[in-house]
Design a protein around this ligand. Structure first.
Ligand code: GDP
Length: 195
């Protein structure tokens, strides 16, 4: 997949700033440090379109990345940041509800989880949040280069079981180091939005 155009359109702090292009939007969620920035950069073949964040979980903005004028990646701030105050968490929740309850362009949610570990309580809540809003989910298990191939099944099973992944949802292993999964995720996204 060759990407010629990928730019951040806006870091929106309020719904009035969401883009009005009407392009399909794919939300990317995952806990801080899961490898979300690296995922975005790998998907679009850039070194640093998405910042690998120095202050995880601090931002309370939705970042809209226009990809080839075909779709937006909507990067939601990492959750599960231990030092986030209650007030910050509340703001995060309100922003997410605003977006999910009103946004017609939203077609697909990607949940990034670390392939090495059992999904956290926050990951489960995020998966259920997608489901609550009837958003189809792709689960992307990051940092797969850290896991031996012989252990793939075991790790995938644990993630599927903990999140209670529905049978219609897709699961991918992904590594921004080896680029494993990049093509598969692109193929699935493009197949999905052209439906
Ligand atoms: P974010 O906070 O979710 O945006 O995560 P980053 O993309 O900033 O990555 C967090 C840390 O994980 C960094 O130290 C990355 O180098 C590392 N990382 C990201 N992707 C991978 C990967 O595919 N494999 C490995 N081994 N490490 C990764």
């Amino acid at each position: 997949n060759k990407i010629d155009y990928a730019e951040i359109t806006i870091s929106a702090v309020s719904p009035t700033q969401y883009p009005e292009d009407g392009l399909p939007e794919i939300v990317l969620a995952g806990r801080s440090n899961v490898g979300k920035s690296s995922f975005i950069n790998t998907m679009v073949n850039r070194k640093k379109l998405a910042r690998t964040s120095g202050k995880p979980g601090k931002t309370r903005t939705l970042n809209f990345f226009n990809i080839e004028n075909e779709l937006f990646f909507v990067d939601v701030p990492g959750y599960g940041y231990a030092k986030a105050s209650n007030a910050e968490q509340e703001k995060w929740g309100r922003m997410m509800e605003d977006y999910f309850s009103t946004r017609e362009e939203l077609v697909l949610g990607i949940l990034l989880v670390d392939f090495r570990h059992e999904p956290s309580e926050h990951d489960v809540l995020m998966y259920d949040f997608y489901k609550h809003y009837d958003v189809p989910v792709f689960v992307v298990a990051t940092k797969s280069d850290k896991i031996k191939k012989s252990k793939y099944n075991k790790h995938e099973s644990l993630i599927r079981k903990t999140l209670k992944i529905s049978s219609e949802d897709q699961f991918f292993t992904f590594s921004s180091f080896t680029r494993e999964g990049r093509q598969e995720v692109w193929d699935a996204i493009l197949a999905y939005i052209s439906k």
